[in-house]
Design a protein around this ligand. Structure first.
Ligand SMILES: Nc1ncnc2c1ncn2[C@@H]1O[C@H](COP(=O)(O)OP(=O)(O)OP(=O)(O)O)[C@@H](O)[C@H]1O
Ligand SMILES: [Mg+2]
Length: 140
């Protein structure tokens, strides 16, 4: 993902030093990260920032992907996790995409006993938060 960020001169910062354990499908969870970071890069103009952080809170594993990009209008927020939904902004921007990424992210999170939420101030960046049940790491 770093290469994609470099192409757009986007600074990709990762706070992933904390060891947080979860149980699940490595491939599917990778898909969650890839889809969220892909969106963050895609919907952030050149020179912006994308931040990925992993932490533990409220007894859950938390992955946050935030960006300094175009943001999501309040009226679109409830729909972005639906299949094929793309906000008008995304459609008119001619950025290729089918609107499936986030629905896949949500399905994977739910299948792992967790969920994903989004918050945004239109025009002022977005933040996606994935919460998954913690594991004690003994089966790693
Ligand atoms: N980080 C973000 N910043 C701004 N808008 C976003 C962001 N992530 C998602 N969106 C909005 O939510 C819509 C749905 O996202 P989703 O990933 O499902 O589809 P997509 O990126 O358009 O296409 P695909 O992921 O299938 O290639 C996007 O079209 C865009 O309007
Ligand atoms: Mg996408």
């Amino acid at each position: 993902m770093r290469l994609l960020a470099e192409d757009k001169k986007i600074a990709l910062r990762c706070d992933t030093s904390e060891r947080v354990y979860i149980e699940g499908s490595r491939a599917r969870l990778k898909q969650v990260v890839v889809n969220l970071v892909d969106n963050a890069i895609k919907y952030t103009p050149e020179g912006g920032e994308v931040h990925v952080a992993v932490s533990e809170g409220d007894g859950k594993a938390i992955l946050e992907v935030s960006d300094s990009g175009v943001g999501i209008p309040a009226e679109s927020l409830p729909q972005i996790f639906e299949r094929f939904y793309r906000s008008d902004k995304a459609r008119t921007r001619k950025l290729g995409g089918t609107g499936l990424g986030l629905s896949i992210v949500r399905s994977i999170c739910k299948a792992h006993g967790g969920d994903v939420t989004a918050e945004s101030t239109d025009g002022n960046g977005s933040r996606f938060r994935v919460e998954l049940p913690l594991s004690d790491g003994t089966s790693v």
